[in-house]
Design a protein around this ligand. Structure first.
Ligand code: 2HA
Ligand code: ZN
Length: 293
């Protein structure tokens, strides 16, 4: 769906005129382009959700209850009366980059959190349905709300370098995959001191992948799905992307060393400890580094 926003979203024009949404659409477009250019969102791969409840007044929220109701297979009580921008099912990231308004789905969670009102419609008046990974997005969004976390954005992408790493039996444990990712570049440990979660292969779009991912996000900002892709949370869509970009860099360095015919040494335990102890330079976001190898 690459049509013009005003044309493609007739019924929701007034909502889309919100200043905050216009700014957000620019950020979405930028990151969608990165995901597409890096080859991390082939065909209709990749999806995201953003909690945008703060953009709406109580009165505006009330008015959203008039839109068509879509029952959910599970209830998310902590998400009642919350509004989310979620990528539309079957949409392509390369189209999202050109026109987010025509490719996202705006949903308003009902009073009980067991259904959502779908605000966005096509020109034909058909509701734009959310991504197939909706169960995982809502489960994590609920966890973020319950934890009172500052993060509002979740991205799922098929980060090639990370998927490739999970194809290697040597890295199919949280310990091994964190060791190699941290070992390839100091910034990976500095910006992701809690490391990544690792979920053995689970059916995409299923309730079981949602539950397993939820567990991973209890302590991490990124969770890898074996032989499929990854999920990342952030305070902005740019930050969620940055986590994936950083990890991809580490994985790329590993594969470059391997294609040069050698096994990389990796940062040694002493070097990693030195980095943990320092919390230096541009990395002042994390001046305490707690996770030990
Ligand atoms: O959005 O990537 O895992 C399509 C997917 C499902
Ligand atoms: Zn996927």
């Amino acid at each position: 769906m690459t049509g013009n926003i005003d044309y493609a979203q007739n019924s929701t024009n007034s909502i889309f005129q919100k200043k905050e949404l216009k700014t957000l659409f620019r950020e979405i477009a930028e990151v969608a382009e990165y995901l597409w250019q890096r080859g991390w969102a082939e065909r209709n791969a990749g999806n995201f959700s953003i909690n945008v409840t703060g953009f709406f007044t109580g009165k505006e929220l009330d008015s959203l209850a008039a839109y068509p109701l879509n029952p959910l297979t599970k209830s998310y009580p902590a998400l009642k009366r919350k509004v989310f921008i979620i990528s539309g099912t079957g949409t392509r990231m390369r189209d999202m980059a050109k026109n987010p308004g025509a490719n996202i789905c705006l949903v308003y969670m009902c009073e009980t959190g067991s259904s959502c009102h779908i605000i966005t419609q096509t020109d034909e008046g058909v509701p734009v349905r959310p991504t197939s990974e909706l169960a995982t997005h809502l489960a994590i969004q609920q966890q973020l709300v319950e934890k009172k976390a500052t993060e509002t954005v979740i991205i799922h992408a098929h980060v090639t370098e990370l998927v490739a790493l999970t194809q290697l039996p040597a890295f199919t444990s949280e310990y091994a995959i964190n060791k190699v990712l941290w070992g390839m570049h100091p910034e990976t440990l500095l910006f992701l001191p809690d490391g990544v979660g690792f979920i053995p292969f689970t059916l995409p779009g299923s309730e079981s992948i949602a539950m397993a991912t939820l567990k991973g996000f209890e302590t991490r900002k990124v969770v890898l799905w074996e032989k499929h892709g990854c999920m990342s949370v952030g305070n902005s869509i740019a930050e969620a992307f940055d986590h994936l970009d950083l990890l991809a860099k580490s994985a790329k360095i590993y594969f470059l060393c391997r294609s040069a015919g050698t096994e990389p040494e990796g940062l040694t335990s002493a070097q990693l400890q030195e980095i943990r102890d320092s919390g230096v330079g541009s990395m002042d976001d994390y001046n305490y580094l707690k996770f030990m190898i």
